[in-house]
Design a binder for this molecule. Structure first.
Ligand SMILES: Cc1cc2nc3c(=O)[nH]c(=O)nc-3n(C[C@H](O)[C@H](O)[C@H](O)COP(=O)(O)O)c2cc1C
Length: 359
């Protein structure tokens, strides 16, 4: 039986075997930004589990762009080299290796979540975060240092260098992180950006730097390979970044050659009231897909096969991205296929465990 969730999708010259993508998830398990055995096993098992795309966590384009000192990074060739083993394995499993390029902006320099992700001072191994404007994220956060225009230009080059290294490392999809209150989102939202120069004020000014990053990265990312952007479609606060601005921005991203919008939300203010529930961000993916005419990814509390099938079959989104459900079950795609009665191949090594196969 055919199901949309298990149909292929082609973006540029890359064909994905199904519509199930592993959402990027920080592991806070790197030393000096390097991926290690944990990453190999974590990402590798999700490729074994049947996802069409496995995305590496938010990976910093510069050391001070890390959320915590244990985030992964791609600011040197040594980092790119360390990812090769992982991308090779993911490809051998028939999945597409992807990486999310990020800069944490004013939300950088915090501890790991299992120690309450509190801000880390310089004496604790942290650093002074940078941002569009000197506005802290929360009452506990440090006052970030405002970026000068020439530093903004330099940061664009950091993303470009990150893209080049990602290609050398064997990645086939690049996602630029413009969501969740991190640096590029901080330029978009009037909550964190009160600049009076070319990078603040009007919508055209607020989108300038994120758009420049997309343009510059597209310039070095091969024509044949897709480029994704993750945005927060709303800050969930009155008078802040919202769906209308997101739609306008996504039209611009499409012009720049972005191939898919990964539609998330929130992360800008600590006390936003977010109506999180099953598929609560799917309407954003549906609106952007319809209004902009660009492929979208839906993410957020997508947990069942029927739900994922319904999202893709009704054209609300082209693909689904799963995060926490993939932590609960790395083999979710294989199990989803079974529950939708689709026969997908299991890894040969695991075939004897496939339901319905005896022996
Ligand atoms: C452990 C963990 C780490 C995460 N790290 C990232 C990240 O690196 N980049 C990102 O854009 N989102 C990150 N997220 C958000 C997820 O990608 C996803 O958008 C969110 O969890 C909602 O999807 P879910 O309901 O399927 O978990 C993370 C979520 C979790 C649970």
């Amino acid at each position: 039986m055919t199901k949309t969730l298990f149909s292929t999708i082609k973006l540029r010259e890359l064909t994905f075997k199904n519509r199930i993508f592993v959402s990027p998830m920080c592991q806070y398990s790197s030393q000096d930004g390097l991926p290690g055995d944990w990453h190999m096993v974590h990402l590798g098992s999700r490729a074994v589990g049947g996802a069409a795309l496995v995305m590496v966590e938010a990976t910093a384009v510069s050391p001070e762009g890390r959320i915590s000192p244990w985030d992964s990074g791609i600011w040197s060739d040594i980092h790119a080299e360390a990812f090769k083993k992982i991308t090779t394995f993911i490809k051998e499993r028939g999945a597409v290796p992807a990486i999310q390029l990020a800069h944490a902006g004013r939300k950088a320099s915090t501890d790991v979540p299992w120690r309450d992700d509190k801000p880390l001072g310089e004496e604790e191994g942290g650093w002074m975060p940078v941002a569009p404007s000197p506005i802290p994220f929360s009452s506990e956060s440090p006052l970030p240092r405002k970026l000068e225009p020439q530093e903004i230009e330099r940061l664009t080059s950091r993303f470009v260098e990150g893209a080049r290294r990602s290609l050398n490392a064997g990645f086939e999809v690049l996602e630029i992180h413009m969501a969740h209150g991190y640096l590029l989102h901080e330029f978009l939202s009037p909550v964190s950006n009160n600049r009076r120069d070319l990078f603040g004020g009007s919508l055209d000014n607020r989108v300038r730097f994120p758009l420049e990053v997309a343009r510059a990265v597209r310039g070095v990312w091969p024509e044949r390979l897709p480029l994704f952007v993750r945005i927060s479609c709303t800050d969930w606060v009155e008078g802040a970044w919202d769906l209308d601005q997101s739609i306008t921005f996504c039209r611009m991203l499409k012009e720049e050659g972005v191939d898919l919008i990964d539609c998330s939300s929130g992360g800008m203010v600590p006390d936003a009231v977010i109506p999180a529930g099953p598929g609560f961000q799917v309407p954003f993916a549906a609106s952007i897909r319809k209004e902009v005419g660009i492929p979208t990814g839906a993410v957020g509390v997508i947990t069942s096969a029927v739900q994922a099938e319904q999202i893709t079959a009704t054209g609300q989104a082209d693909v689904v991205l799963l995060a926490r459900e993939m932590l609960r079950d790395p083999y979710w795609p294989l199990h989803a296929a079974k529950s939708l009665r689709v026969d997908v191949p299991w890894p040969e090594q695991y075939e004897r465990g496939k339901p319905g196969v005896s022996g």
